[in-house]
Design a protein around this ligand. Sequence first.
Ligand SMILES: Nc1ncnc2c1ncn2[C@@H]1O[C@H](COP(=O)(O)OP(=O)(O)OP(=O)(O)O)[C@@H](O)[C@H]1O
Length: 291
Amino acid sequence: METRALHKRYGDKEALRGVGLAVRPGEMFGFVGANGAGKTTTMRIVMGVLEADSGEVLWQGRPMTFEDRRGFGYMPEERGLYQKMRVAEQIEYFGRLHGMSPAAARTATHDLLERLGLSERAGDPIEALSLGNQQRVQLAVALVHDPTLLILDEPFSGLDPIAVDTLAGVLAERRAAGVPVIFSSHQLDLVEQMCDSVGIISAGRMVAAGPVDEVRAREGRRQLKVVVRGAGPGWADDLPAEITHQNGVHVLRAAEADDQAILRAAMSAGTVEHFGWEQPTLTEIFREAVA
Ligand SMILES: Nc1ncnc2c1ncn2[C@@H]1O[C@H](COP(=O)(O)OP(=O)(O)OP(=O)(O)O)[C@@H](O)[C@H]1O
């Protein structure tokens, strides 16, 4: 799946200014950005819920069609379950909408309810479920027809840690089956753990994208971290580094620097408890990219 140069305006507001992203089969893509950056708008355009002013959405290298989209699974931001309908009935109903036979929809629903720990709630109306359980049902709705592409808008928000694990496991299974998976999230630690690639969008433009490891490892971004206990004040004043004090230890951070000179200075100043080059976390990269 690929988008090229997507532009979208809402009145005076330029929500997307040329968004291009690509997700390959069996790849999990984390779509991150500040509130209002354009994630939902992009995902709606991919799903055909919204039309772009210009730009292209491609599937397997050609313009995406309605039939292609019928095979996709989507968890929209606005959710959208029928509150009075019963859990199993609802999932089966969406399976039928995607063209499944009644028997196939029933079997898939049964399996998903079990996988998502919802079997006991199968006969309850949606409105009787907690928000987290409603979200699991929403996920089941997105998965019931064995989608060829999964697009999930903030699927992890509001879930407890066990539900996060379950959802992460289900998405990993889809990825292993060769499905491209795209999800937006503000939980960057999760994106870092789960995703093969990441795209950072800021004010309608992609500001960083690529494999998570590469985005983290981009040149000049690594930092030397040194933790020294018992050092006196001022020992690092002449070093090209930033230093912070935390509970009796000095934590020093330097970008490209003479690490051996810093190590010698640290050893003569106190007890070196940690010394090594580190890559920035996705959270640090995100802050820098959207600043
Ligand atoms: N229907 C609409 N009418 C007018 N402006 C809109 C509409 N939908 C979105 N916008 C604006 O377009 C921009 C992009 O919004 P979008 O919902 O795509 O961002 P987002 O990255 O999904 O944000 P969040 O993380 O808060 O969900 C925002 O400035 C938003 O206010």
